[in-house]
Design a protein around this ligand. Structure first.
Ligand SMILES: CC(C)(COP(=O)(O)OP(=O)(O)OC[C@H]1O[C@@H](n2cnc3c(N)ncnc32)[C@H](O)[C@@H]1OP(=O)(O)O)[C@@H](O)C(=O)NCCC(=O)NCCS
Length: 190
């Protein structure tokens, strides 16, 4: 599969990416990336329903801010100015609100340049600011790349759910004490 972005651009996605809350105009780009990177993508309406979630953020290409996705040509992934996204939501829980990282993805041509970590950190900060004390997520048992990112940020495996995904793969539930994570980041000055 070819991509409409990537190494050919020869630049640093992290450096030119601006993170901000998602809005309706981003949804087509988000959905195109979702379909490109996941075997069982969320439907468009699922993103639409989460537009108000406190940790739904996109990374946009600052140099290309007004570009909308065009009609997709076969084999390419035109996500407009969207380079990646994260969906983080909050569930009230008697004063110990639970954050949930529900989705995280970076355009295939922009992966491995620090954007996934930036998106994850920004969503965790937003969830903590909105009142989360813990943040959970599910990750495919075979997705070692995502697992190493989550573990590196301090997520710990809490349990394994057999056949969690539609294709029968198990999920690890991972959990982060986000208050502690914020204190650690403040102590780092980062
Ligand atoms: C998982 C994903 C979001 C990470 O985003 P990214 O921008 O590629 O990752 P980053 O460049 O920020 O790297 C963050 C960490 O991920 C891990 N990582 C990145 N590329 C990796 C690779 N090729 N192999 C193993 N680990 C890798 C590393 O821990 C890395 O940290 P380091 O660079 O300090 O060693 C991205 O690869 C993606 O969209 N994958 C497909 C969708 C997906 O699996 N989403 C997660 C669902 S739970």
């Amino acid at each position: 599969m070819t991509t409409s972005r990537g190494a050919a651009a020869g630049d640093d996605a992290d450096g030119r990416a601006q993170l901000r809350p998602a809005d309706r105009a981003d949804l087509l780009g988000v959905f195109r990336i979702e379909k490109a990177v996941f075997a069982q993508p969320w439907p468009y309406a699922a993103f639409e329903g989460l537009l108000d979630a406190p940790g739904f953020l996109v990374a946009e290409d600052e140099a290309d801010r007004d570009r909308s996705p065009t009609a997709a040509s076969e084999g390419s992934i035109d996500a407009g100015n969207v380079l990646g996204y994260v969906v983080g939501d909050l569930t009230p829980n008697h004063g110990r609100d639970i954050g949930h990282i529900k989705d995280l993805a970076v355009h295939p041509g922009e992966q491995g340049r620090g954007l996934g970590r930036r998106l994850l950190r920004a969503s965790l900060s937003a969830l903590a600011a909105a009142g989360a004390s813990v943040v959970k997520l599910e990750v495919r048992e075979g997705n070692h790349r995502a697992q190493s990112l989550y573990a590196d940020e301090g997520f710990e495996p809490a349990r394994r759910i057999p056949r969690y995904y539609g294709d029968g793969e198990a999920a690890f539930v991972m959990r982060l004490d986000v208050g502690e994570w914020v204190r650690g980041r403040n102590a780092d000055g980062s």
